[in-house]
Design a protein around this ligand. Structure first.
Ligand code: HEM
Length: 458
């Protein structure tokens, strides 16, 4: 049973226990063995190090994870509450994106969180899901068109990574050219080059404040215009930050849900056969991947607001608790049934992949829709799709948080180059406004696009 209760003076001093170094490579025995080993040694909450000397607690138990996600009175989402920050050992300005702080809903608590989140939730609720499904298909088709003739592709760089950004960009009412710029900048932010990452963060901020200025002049049926007219009355810079959050929150999990699902289909014969003859639906396949190959294996973080005892560990006010999606999904206390033929985790959407409690993902239906159309488009368009390397040669993103492939090289029968009618999509991209504004006399956002195009041709 989950135990969360305010400080218990009789509790053992857990800080004396040996902390596992999360930043070191996963042992050869694999992640499952690692979680089992930590569970055996420490119980459902284990001490870990995020970097040399930077301590945190890793939640291994399903119920402990759920309890922390749901209890905002004891556990804050605000990184500024972290003792490492308060005592100056971690600088939020230079911390990795997952552990930084921005004035957006993700890092806010209580009534401030509600104020910042409600425009996001209400704007997402106004999205026309049928029209968006057609847009997702148009974008997926255009990405496939760009590599189909070659018979080879990296499905991460050329497909799964740009797709979510292009879709979200369309929900801002912008033409694809802006989405390609935003995709490049977002990929740099989540990449390994810290200096370029910092510059890209600045450009993205500029992108969203210029976008808000444009939407004041040209409001339309899009997320930013809807957030601007929301009764919460957010200021312009606040709308810009929430719009940036929608982009950053959607990018990595959607990319790696698509990538991990394609890896499963390409590497697991039983699952591929079940999917091919329609015994396994794409939605059940996505749930299986979210249980077994979670795009976020660990989510940072919650911060204890007072001394608390949870799962046998004595947590002090200011301690960081890492949400352990992957270990939680392997918790022996919640083992789910598996289909005897395919090995697919059956009949349960109780995985934690979309979070829980006040910060739970406000876009889970949209995310599932993007991922399912992405997977079915590849299956329909690419004949003879197969891995272009041995499965053991696939490289993972070097991160304790993300569980996703750095690249997914595939081969397939080269297709016909795109026919002209394909470039006239069912769901046209919104070009009229952009053509007017992309001229040299255009607005700041148009000029940012011109700058980016110039950089690309250098
Ligand atoms: C497979 C894809 C996705 C997964 C697995 C996912 C998962 C999550 C999770 C776990 C959280 C909670 C974070 C926390 O508690 O600290 C979250 C928050 C959020 N997600 Fe998603 N997400 C996905 C796609 C998307 C998409 C497509 C959008 C928008 C278009 C989106 C927008 C957001 C936003 C705005 C938040 C912050 C909510 C808040 O803090 O109140 N997500 N997501």
């Amino acid at each position: 049973m989950t135990t969360v209760r305010p400080g218990d003076p009789a509790a053992p001093p857990d800080h004396r226990r040996e902390a596992f170094r999360l930043y070191s490579t996963t042992p050869d025995t694999g992640r499952d063995a690692l979680w089992a080993q930590l569970r055996e040694r420490h119980g459902p909450v284990a001490p870990v190090e995020l970097e040399n000397g930077v301590r945190a607690w890793l939640l291994l138990g399903y119920h402990e994870n759920l309890a922390v996600l749901q209890n905002q009175h004891l556990f804050s989402r605000d990184t500024r509450r972290w003792r490492e920050v308060v005592e100056g050992r971690v600088d939020l300005a230079t911390a990795r994106p997952a552990l930084s702080w921005r004035p957006n809903a993700l890092y806010a608590d209580g009534s401030e969180h509600t104020r910042l989140r409600s425009p996001i939730v209400d704007a997402l609720a106004r999205v026309d899901m049928n029209a968006t499904a057609r847009t997702v298909r148009r974008i997926a088709d255009s990405l496939v068109d760009s590599f189909t003739a070659s018979g080879r592709a990296d499905l991460i760089a050329e497909y799964a990574s740009p797709l979510p950004v292009l879709v979200v960009n369309s929900l801002y009412g912008l033409p694809d050219s802006y989405g390609h710029m935003l995709g490049d900048l977002t990929a740099i932010v989540f990449g390994e080059d810290a200096r370029r990452g910092e510059e890209a963060v600045g450009r993205i901020q500029q992108f969203f404040s210029d976008l808000v200025a444009r939407k004041h002049r040209y409001p339309g049926p899009d997320l930013v215009s809807w957030m601007l007219e929301h009764p919460a009355g957010l200021k312009d810079h606040e709308v810009a930050h929430q719009a940036a959050l929608i982009n950053s929150a959607s990018h990595q999990p959607t990319t790696h849900l698509i990538g991990n699902t394609m890896r499963t289909l390409l590497c697991d014969d039983r699952i591929r056969a079940a999917y091919a003859d329609a015994r396994l639906s794409v939605q059940d396949l996505l749930d299986h991947v979210m249980w077994t190959d979670t795009p976020f294996q660990i989510l940072p973080a919650r911060f204890a607001l007072q001394d608390t005892r949870i799962g046998g560990a004595q947590v002090r006010a200011g301690d960081a608790l890492l949400i352990g999606f992957d270990p939680a999904h392997r918790d022996p206390a919640v083992q789910c049934g598996r289909d005897v033929v395919t090995g697919v985790v059956s009949g349960s959407r109780a995985h934690l992949m979309f979070g829980a409690g006040p910060h739970a993902c406000p876009a889970r239906e949209l995310a599932r829709m993007i991922a399912s159309i992405a997977v079915t488009t590849l299956q329909e368009r690419l004949t003879g799709l197969r891995l272009a390397v041995e499965p053991e040669e696939l490289r993972w993103v070097p991160s304790p948080f993300v569980r996703g492939l750095a690249a997914l090289p595939v081969a397939f029968t080269p297709g016909e180059p795109p026919r002209p009618e394909r470039s006239r999509p069912e769901a046209p991209e919104p070009v009229a406004e952009a053509e007017e504004l992309d001229s040299p006399e255009g607005d700041l956002l148009g000029r940012l696009l011109s700058w980016w195009r110039g950089r690309r041709t250098q």
